[in-house]
Design a protein around this ligand. Sequence first.
Ligand code: SF4
Length: 118
Amino acid sequence: MMKKEITCIGCPMGCRITAELDGDKIISIEGYTCNIGKKYAQEELTVPTRMVTALIKVEGTHQPLSVKTSRPIEKSKIFDCLKEISQHTVVRPIHIGEVIIKNVCGTSVDIVATKELI
Ligand code: SF4
């Protein structure tokens, strides 16, 4: 048996969640105040995911474009995702929410612009 501690990021309360694991199997989860925390802990212990933010090169200027994933991706794919983003250059105009890279690293998640660049 192994114990793991997680801080829930579902809201500013930041509940400390304790989980007991037997290998990959979750035996118990305690310390959450609501079901968001329980779901977060289950995902974090099985397939942890994160939103990714980055900067992407813009042709003809040193001012980069800020981008993010359209939804969280598996933590194990973050490095590959950042590598693919670093290989792209965009051309103005770019509109907020515009898809810059579709299906990044085969994750079925898109990279979208988070600012307007005219
Ligand atoms: S368990 Fe619920 S109350 Fe606690 S930090 Fe997570 S979302 Fe907030």
